[in-house]
Ligand binder design. Structure first.
Ligand code: ASP
Length: 371
């Protein structure tokens, strides 16, 4: 509901309705409007095979997703910001070796863990992003520090590490990030000359998107990238508009999948832009359908606050963009949260580690597409 005011700025041209009637409507609903919040998280998409996952493994993933979701939801429920909630959900997944972010990140061809992350604030469209860091325990916090500093949006490598030191962020040695399972995957890739997709059946990137009671959106994503990546390869995750994007006028998106395709489609920003223009088009169509008076003037003016995009429309746009990824040959998924409080998933893989919670009472985690 709160989105009506954020969308409103984009549709000021339609705001000919008397300001007093609008103000009354605003005041009447203020209490209700400020109660809406929602959050969605992911821990990567891919070939989640029920037969290959034990009951215990499934339970462990579900528990990890639930506790990350709870950490973010708790903040939103208590009136905290979407920016805080996104980071609170991502940090535990970065610290959990089950996911390909922070501890448990995949290995580069040279046998190192190089981390990428990004964070974006939908209210200001400020963003922070980092690529190729090796010693920052929680890259999502580094992305936040870059954003708060404000001088630059995107830092990489040694310079980013120096910045992290100056910002007094917690550092960690290679042994913190390295896990046997990921090292074995790199060795198997080399020995059997496997492609990335053959060795990484699952993308384990983590992400969160949130909508807070103040009506603000935020998106964050963190990853180790792809097993065996070379030559300083950077994926979609820290590329603002590809793997991560937030804009209060439309939505917040975090992606996971074969990053090269997500960069080429510009997935996260494409979904937001489609939603923004779809909303505009709906209002314009409604205005055109208003009866005219004898002088040919519309008998009333349609107001942006009378409109919202429902979850079905959001799903359609997210699915359409993911279909573009698939057409180019890519796989993966996205999580999307809107200013209506809808939390939507779209993925073209057999599964995606995911969860969502909203002020309307939704609270669920899932792994397989059929769930
Ligand atoms: N999108 C990430 C990348 O290409 C990988 C992932 O989602 O796990 O770096």
């Amino acid at each position: 509901m709160k989105h009506h005011f954020t969308f409103l700025t984009a549709f000021i041209a339609f705001s000919f309705a008397t300001s007093s009637s609008f103000a009354v409507a605003h005041d009447d609903h203020a209490h209700e409007e400020y109660q809406t919040w929602s959050i969605a998280i992911h821990g990567g998409a891919g070939t989640m095979d029920r037969d290959k996952m034990t009951v215990q493994q499934q339970a462990e993933y579900e528990a990890a997703l639930q506790s990350a979701l709870d950490a973010g939801a708790e903040i939103l429920r208590n009136g905290g910001t979407a920016m805080e909630a996104v980071q609170a959900a991502i940090v535990p997944m970065e610290n959990d070796a089950k996911f390909n972010a922070g501890r448990g990140a995949v290995f580069t061809w040279e046998g190192e863990n190089e981390l990428d992350a990004a964070l974006m604030d939908g209210a200001s469209r400020k963003a922070g992003a980092v690529a190729g860091v090796k010693s920052v325990k929680n890259p999502i916090l580094l992305a936040n520090a870059i954003m708060q500093d404000g001088r630059h949006v995107f830092l990489s490598g040694a310079g980013a590490e120096e910045f992290a030191g100056d910002a007094k962020l917690e550092l960690a040695g290679p042994e913190w990030f390295a896990t046997e399972r990921r090292r074995e995957a790199l060795e198997r890739m080399k020995e059997q000359q496997l492609s990335v997709l053959d060795v990484d059946h699952k993308f384990g990137t983590v992400g969160a998107v949130a909508f807070d009671k103040e009506g603000n959106l935020a998106a964050g994503t963190s990853t180790g990238g792809l097993t065996g990546k070379r030559w300083g390869r950077i994926g979609d995750v820290p590329v603002i508009g590809a793997g991560t994007y937030a804009d209060n006028r439309s939505c917040a998106v975090s992606a996971t999948g074969a990053g090269e395709y997500f960069i080429r489609v510009g997935v996260a920003q494409e979904i937001c832009t489609r939603l923004r223009y779809r909303f505009l088009a709906d209002i314009e169509a409604a205005q055109r359908s208003v009866p005219l008076d004898a002088d040919g003037v519309p008998t009333y003016l349609v107001h942006a606050s009378e409109f919202s995009l429902d979850a079905i429309a959001v799903q359609e746009e997210a699915d359409a963009v993911m279909a573009e990824v698939k057409d180019l040959g890519g796989s993966g998924g996205v999580i999307v949260v809107t200013p209506d409080g809808d939390a939507v998933f779209s993925f073209n893989t057999p599964g995606m580690y995911r969860g969502r919670a909203t002020s309307a009472g939704v609270n669920e985690v899932a792994i397989f597409a059929s769930e």
